[in-house]
Design a protein around this ligand. Structure first.
Ligand code: CU
Length: 174
C-alpha cells in the first residue's frame, strides 16, 4: 500500500503507437507460447522422460564396466568409448569433466545414461542446443538417434565451481 493514492482516473487506456507495441508484444507472447508444444512434437530434441534413482557409486561402477568393455581409442588421455548399436552407454559428469568420450554411428539408436558423481551439472550439446540437467542420484536416460556426423562438444551449463568454464566433453558421430 502506497502512502498517497494516485489521482482518480490516472489509468488511461493505451493509444496510438503504445497500443501498437502492446499489441505486437501480445501477439509475440502467443506465438512463443505455441512454439513450446510445437517444438515438443516436431523438434525431436526432447528428453525421453526416462529416469531412475542410482547412487553415485553404482553409476560409477556402470561407467567403469562400460569403458572397460567398449573402449576403442583415446582422446587427450580420456578413453573414447563406442556404444554398441541399440545398446546402452554411460556418461558421467563430475567436477570438472564429462567422462568418457562417447562414440556413436549415424542412424543407429542408443540409450545414453547420464548422471553426476558430485553435484548438479548441465548437459548442453553443441551446436544442437539440446539441454538437460545432470543430477547426482538420478540416472537420466536419453534415447538418441544421431542424424549427422561430426564431433559434438558437450558443455556444462550449470555453474559448478572454480573449474566450471573448463568442463567440456565430446560425442563423436561417424
Ligand atoms: Cu559442471
Amino acid at each position: 500500500m502506497s502512502i498517497y493514492s494516485p489521482p482518480a482516473g490516472w489509468l488511461k487506456a493505451p493509444t496510438g503507437p503504445e497500443r501498437l507495441w502492446v499489441g505486437l508484444a501480445l501477439v509475440w507472447c502467443i506465438i512463443m507460447s505455441m512454439a513450446m508444444p510445437y517444438w515438443h512434437f516436431y523438434g525431436k530434441q526432447n528428453s525421453s522422460g526416462e529416469s531412475y534413482t542410482v547412487s553415485a557409486a553404482d553409476f560409477g561402477t556402470r561407467v567403469r564396466e562400460f569403458v572397460e568393455a567398449n573402449t576403442v581409442g583415446e582422446d587427450s588421455g580420456v578413453p573414447v568409448v563406442e556404444i554398441p548399436p541399440g545398446g546402452d552407454g554411460y556418461l558421467q559428469a563430475r567436477m570438472w569433466a564429462f567422462y568418457p568420450v562417447i562414440k556413436m554411428k549415424k542412424g543407429q539408436t542408443y540409450r545414453l545414461h547420464i548422471s553426476s558423481a558430485d553435484l548438479q551439472h548441465g548437459f548442453s550439446l553443441q551446436p544442437l542446443n539440446m539441454n538437460f540437467q545432470v543430477l547426482p542420484g538420478y540416472d537420466h536416460v536419453l534415447t538418441i538417434t544421431p542424424t549427422s556426423t561430426g564431433i559434438f562438444p558437450i558443455i556444462c551449463n550449470e555453474f559448478c565451481g572454480i573449474g566450471h568454464h573448463t568442463m567440456t566433453g565430446r560425442i563423436i558421430v561417424e
